[in-house]
Write a protein that binds this ligand. Structure first.
Ligand SMILES: [Mn+2]
Length: 430
């Protein structure tokens, strides 16, 4: 791994919290993600399953975690299974975790090789009443391939049809929504690496530069700072491309007079940062570009102040909508009378601001969390309003990552230049 070792107390703490949510005499099982094939003998880069990582810190394929808090044998309350290495794997793929290292990373004392899993499970199933299995219940998940967890669910229910099955996902969503101090440090680290990437760009961006050259600069800076790379595909969108919300082609030349919308964030230790900045390619905003920029910035600042304990996403989005309406009226894009008479189910601002303002952030970029749960200290949200005017070829989005605390919102990206004046000054510095 490129990242520095994480204190195992994080994973011990997470397992204790998870165990507390289980019914008596329950066994819970979590699997790694698969190594996904591409074509021929190719594979995609491995990305650990976030829940397995959250509970164990194990960042290796073919790992299994078994939690059985009421096990009669003390040693079987927490059991980890990792892939057994051999001389051939050592030569071709490199080092895999030894049992000792797996103990060290996870804080779990009982470690078996993965091939011993079914035998150990069979012994424990005789003692268990409930079995908690894991599925991806993210509201926007589209999963067409059968995951390791999904294959296991089928096998397990067929092999042990009389146990009572339960879902781990709601518990995981509940726990993962609140970040502990160690997690916040990891997210801050991801934000800091993102800042380094951004600062590298301030003097790099100029008329004639290709969007993919900007993307390459970001990757370079991320990886040299122990990030695996971007936490999601970077959006480097110049000119009218900025109005395509998920533009990741990044193939156009940035032209004099264009705005360049860049939505990118570093991954660090599997945690994500998520940032957006919009810069004038030539280092100076036009009057209109600056008007739109300042509007988005005001919405962002007002929205950030709403990220406090007790508010809910619904309330928050309704509030941001009202602020945005006023800005769009000010920009001459909406008419006050039309807004007054609009259908509340189809607010007019959606023509220029068609996405949500915030999502949970953590191990996943669009992290898990219950959208009806009022905000609590420890939640981390993005704050990312935008205004997209296709007819003018202008798209502006600004995005920072915000930690909810009892003493108000804490901007984890407060050190990353954001004010229009600062952006211009830094871009013009020689
Ligand atoms: Mn975002």
């Amino acid at each position: 791994m490129k990242y520095q070792p994480i204190e195992k107390e994080l994973f011990c703490h997470n397992r204790r919290n998870f165990a507390r949510q289980l019914k008596p005499c329950s066994l819970a099982i979590f699997h790694s993600n698969d190594v996904m094939p591409t074509s021929a003998d190719g594979t995609m880069a491995f990305r650990q399953n976030s829940d397995l990582f959250y509970l164990s810190g194990i960042d290796q394929e073919e790992s299994i975690l078994l939690l059985f808090p009421d096990a009669r044998d003390e040693r079987m309350k927490e059991v980890l299974f990792v892939r057994e290495s051999n001389e051939h794997i050592l030569v071709w793929e490199g080092y895999k975790l030894t049992k000792e290292q797996a103990r060290d990373v996870s804080g779990i004392q009982t470690v078996y090789w993965a091939h011993e899993f079914k035998q150990v499970l069979n012994t424990l199933m005789a003692e268990a009443e409930h079995v908690y299995l894991n599925t991806n219940e993210h509201l926007r998940a589209v999963v067409e391939v059968e995951t390791r967890d999904a294959r296991f669910i089928k096998w397990c229910q067929e092999t042990y049809p009389l146990h009572r099955y339960e879902r781990s996902a709601p518990i995981m969503h509940h726990l993962r929504a609140i970040k502990s101090d160690i997690e916040i440090e990891l997210i801050k680290k991801a934000c800091h690496i993102t800042e380094l990437g951004f600062r590298r760009l301030l003097q790099f961006i100029k008329p004639g530069v290709m969007e993919y050259e900007v993307e390459a600069e970001i990757c370079h800076e991320f990886i040299r700072n122990r990030s695996r790379g971007p936490a999601y595909d970077s959006i480097i969108a110049s000119g009218a491309n900025a109005c395509i919300l998920h533009y990741t082609d990044n193939s156009r030349k940035c032209k004099d007079g264009d705005l360049l919308l860049m939505d990118f964030g570093a991954e660090y230790a599997n945690y994500a940062a998520d940032m957006t900045r919009t810069l004038p390619v030539n280092g100076k905003f036009t009057k209109r570009q600056r008007e739109v920029y300042e509007s988005v910035l005001r919405v962002m600042k007002a929205a950030t102040q709403m990220l406090v304990p007790g508010n809910s996403l619904d309330q928050y989005h309704a509030f941001v909508g009202t602020v945005m309406e006023n800005e769009l009226i000010g920009l001459g894009l909406l008419n006050e009378g039309d807004v007054r008479n609009q259908d509340p189910a189809k607010p007019l601002y959606k023509k220029y601001f068609m996405h949500g303002t915030s999502h949970f952030l953590g191990l996943d970029v669009h992290d898990v969390g219950n959208k009806y749960r009022p905000f609590e200290a420890g939640m981390v949200f993005t704050c990312e309003p935008g205004i997209y005017i296709r007819e003018e070829g202008i798209g502006v989005r600004l995005e920072n990552d915000i930690l909810v605390t009892r003493s108000g919102p804490v901007d984890l990206m407060k050190d990353i230049p954001l004010e229009a004046d600062d952006i211009e000054r830094l871009m013009q510095q020689k």
